[in-house]
Design a protein around this ligand. Sequence first.
Ligand SMILES: [Zn+2]
Length: 336
Amino acid sequence: MNTETINCDLCGSDQSEQLLVGQDFLHGTKGQWPVVKCIDCGLIFTNPRPAPESLAQVYPDDYNPYRQRKRKKINRRWKIRRWAMQHHWNYPPGPGGLFAKIFSFLFILWTRFHYRNYDLFPWQGRGKLLDYGCGGGKYLNRLKDLGWQVTGMDMSEQAVEVCKKQNLDVRVGINMDKEFEPEIFDAVTMFHVLEHVPSPTETLTQVNRILKNDGLLVFAVPNIASLPARWFGKCWFPLDLPRHVTHFSKETAEKILAKTGFKLEKTLAQQHGQTISSSLNYLARVTGKQKFKCFSRFKRICYLVELLSILRGQPARIVVQARKVRKINLNTEPPK
Ligand SMILES: [Zn+2]
């Protein structure tokens, strides 16, 4: 596999310190991958990393997000959730009276501890939304159910085909500048994408261009500053080397947003449920100690441990909500 060595994507520095050296536990591709921290700005990234011409080797055809998923049934819980979002966040057809507002507020508060928090964000403008890195369209369908007028984009032709079979408007590629006119979207979502792209600042600059003024950006990324990341080190499940090339924390996410014309509004914890048990399995493989594998079978205890990291404010995954506050052109702006 060919590799490339890069400078820090956030500040351009070539000065870094090595934090750990990991491997591909998920798909077993060969190689040892150093994770480094920029000495100047603190951004953490994989360096060296797979070169662009070798990416096909680290994303096999059966890569999970590309698969078609069964569409979730519209059950009673989903209907209540949609109702709450209508009254709390002005989703169509618009909010009702005071009682609806109070109960929807309580429901949204409750969902913070029970859901993955992906689609829990306010309505924006006329509801034109791009889901960048849409995979097999799972969340495009959910967002469409909530009333958004959705467009998707993904680098995988296979994933785009899966979406098109479901009559979704989806483009193939990674360059948003080529596909879309400036300032046409009210909201852009990126669920577990930014950690994969070669240059997050370039991707966010493109998002800045296609978003309307005051537009909403929502993305989810693993949190390298989390408690589970510190506990498990190179065995931390969401590290996912070498596919994850940038490893964000809330602090570095905020810096990269500021550089690309956004203001961070809030971060939420995203629950997963398998972070601890999968990390324990990796730990068993590395150390050869079967006791870690045994621990990993106690799913409820693993779940409680994950909940503990969320309650301590250091969850393994974060959902970041940001707003476009200024237009950006990196070619004419001095680097920060
Ligand atoms: Zn840096």
